[in-house]
Design a protein around this ligand. Structure first.
Ligand code: AKB
Length: 320
């Protein structure tokens, strides 16, 4: 990769991906695109930016032919809870955007990355040590989009030779840009509320295990997978990724090592709880470790330290 275009650049993953890629490949070589303008103080403004609605293929082609990237990272998508509230919109954005991005990659010979998710699994998938190749019968619209997307990436690789690469992300935990509309978002909100209010009300119930990962590990993984030799990439649909698995009481315990009086309460949202219950408890990442060297650095306690320090620094910066 030398010149990269990123869609959904103002989202939770996109923001940190753009900043890291600019650090590695040079500011002028990473084009951020999104459906809205960056805010006045956004660091994304320090490098090239273009407005792009990913359902508009003509505009996408225009941008690609001007910027001349050699890689496209397609991050624009609605997350699980939002998709469940508006399934048709989710289909149009998640599938319409993806097929446009794949078409443009085929036409301009771009290396391609897009994330899948643990949402691509469903209630009939093995819940523990879920293998990379297994039953995928999701019951949410987001899951339907993700399985279809995985198959579409595999198809563009085998049919047209597009160098497609993808991972199934677990819940991603970060403080730079907060997520929106996901089932795993409770595990981000809990850190912000722990520091700012000393308590948090979780919409996900006690005892619900889901895979999670700290954002730094997620960004490292994307870059490592994209830079890996093509002949090591045996799976063109998506690789399982995870840094840890926990339930709400365990993250609360980790927070109490730093904020002893932290209080965790529950007000369970049936929609998001239903989605969480249909996902695996703990997936197996050995395929990613063995084939292209995936090696996450953060466990729950290390992530808690990084999150609390990061949010404190962010809050201090906005107070000055
Ligand atoms: C969501 O909760 O929708 C996402 C995901 C796991 O894909 N964070």
């Amino acid at each position: 990769m030398e010149r990269i275009m990123i869609t959904g650049a103002l989202g939770q993953i996109g923001t940190e991906l753009v900043l890291k890629c600019r650090e590695i490949y040079g500011e002028e070589n990473v084009l951020a695109t999104d459906i809205r303008e960056p805010e006045a103080d956004s660091p994304i403004k320090d490098g090239p930016f273009a407005l792009l609605d990913v359902t508009d293929i003509t505009r996408m082609e225009e941008i690609v032919s001007e910027f001349k990237p050699d890689a496209l990272m397609h991050m624009a998508a609605l997350l699980s809870a939002t998709a469940e509230k508006n399934p048709l919109l989710a289909w149009n954005i998640n599938m319409g955007g993806l097929v446009n991005a794949l078409e443009v990659s085929r036409e301009y010979n771009l290396q391609f990355f897009t994330p899948s998710s643990i949402g691509a699994f469903g209630p009939t998938t093995p819940k523990d040590k879920t293998p990379a190749l297994t039953i995928q019968r999701p019951t949410s619209m987001y899951g339907v989009n993700k399985v279809s997307g995985e198959l579409l990436c595999e198809y563009y690789n085998s049919k047209f030779g597009v160098d497609t690469r993808s991972v199934r992300f677990p819940g991603l935990i970060s403080y730079v840009k907060e997520p929106g509309g996901g089932t795993t978002d409770y595990a981000v909100e809990i850190y912000f509320d722990a520091l700012r209010k000393g308590e948090y009300t979780s919409f996900i119930d006690k005892g619900t295990y889901m895979d999670m990962m700290f954002m730094d590990d997620a960004i490292e993984a994307i870059i490592k997978l994209m830079e890996a030799d093509g002949d090591k990439i045996k799976h063109r649909c998506a690789y399982n990724l995870s840094g840890m698995s926990f339930e709400p009481e365990e993250i609360a315990e980790s927070i109490r090592k730093h904020i002893p009086d932290f209080v965790l309460k529950y007000d369970v949202d049936p929609v998001r709880q239903g989605i969480a219950d249909s996902w695996p408890d703990r997936i197996d990442v050995s395929c990613s470790t063995d084939e292209w060297g995936f090696s996450p650095q953060y466990d729950l306690d290390a992530m808690t330290v990084a999150m609390l320090e990061g949010i404190k620094a962010k809050d201090a910066a906005t107070q000055h």
